[in-house]
Each structure stands twice: as C-alpha cells, then as structure tokens.
Design a binder for this molecule. Structure first.
Ligand SMILES: [Zn+2]
Length: 144
C-alpha cells in the first residue's frame, strides 16, 4: 500500500507556517511537524495503535492516536472531517490485515497476557516481549 499523508489546514492554530502532517504507511503511523529549526517526527507501529479518536468541531477535526505501549498519543488538529475519518479507516484496515495475517489458530480476541515461558527480553530495550514477536512492542525495533 502506498503511504497516504494528511496535512492539517493552515487556517488552524499552530499550522500556519508548518502544518502538521500525518502519514499512514503500511506499518506505521507518523506525525511530522516542522518548525524553523527542527523536524519533529513521532511514529507508532500500526500493531501498537490502541485507539484512534476523532473529535469533530464546527469545522475541523482533531485526531488522537493512542498507542498500547503507554507512550504519549499522537495528536493532530485541523484536519477535515473526511481526512480524519480516512485516517481512522486506514489504520483499522491495516490492523485487520495484520490480525488476519497472523495465521490459523491466532485468535484476535485472545487475552494479551502471556505466560512467562513465552517471553524473552528485547535485545534493544530489555523489556520482556513475546518470543514470537518480530517487532518489540516497547521500542518498536525489529527482533531477530
Ligand atoms: Zn525493545
């Protein structure tokens, strides 16, 4: 899938010179925000997105993408309603695909609690992750 990007309206607070951009790719959701001197990027793996909240005002919609890893949500305001809906829809489609790609026997509704035998420390951040995991749920780095 081609990454789709959504740019906040320049008519909204904080977006006049450097509007926030939300990029939804195959694997991750990224928020990109420029200022005069820096480019700030935050991203969360689609797998780790817990909820996508849309708050719609009179004209513009705010998008808040919460991750299950406990990090701060990715937020962006000043999107059109249709863009906000599209962001949510894309993320949900990607998540459904990841879940269905997990193979037979994988139950999306299975409780997340894993027994200790199924865990190992991540080589990058030392948090306990599942042995079968290919991406660390804490630091989002690839595991071997
Ligand atoms: Zn890690």
């Amino acid at each position: 899938m081609e990454a789709e990007s959504f740019v906040a309206s320049r008519w909204t607070r904080g977006n006049r010179l450097f509007p926030t951009r939300i990029i939804v790719g195959d694997q991750s959701v990224m928020r990109r925000k420029r200022s005069w001197l820096t480019l700030n990027e935050e991203s969360v793996h689609v797998r780790n997105v817990a909820t996508v909240n849309i708050t719609t005002g009179l004209v513009w919609s705010d998008v808040s993408i919460e991750s299950s890893g406990g990090s701060d949500p990715i937020t962006s305001h000043g999107h059109t309603k249709s863009d906000a809906r599209r962001i949510k829809e894309l993320i949900e489609t990607l998540q459904a695909r990841l879940t269905s790609g997990a193979g037979p026997g994988a139950d999306a509704a299975a409780p997340p609690a894993a027994d200790a035998a199924d865990l190992r420390p991540c080589p990058h951040c030392a948090e306990l992750v599942r042995k079968a995991a290919r991406i660390c749920r804490y630091c989002q780095r690839e595991l071997d």
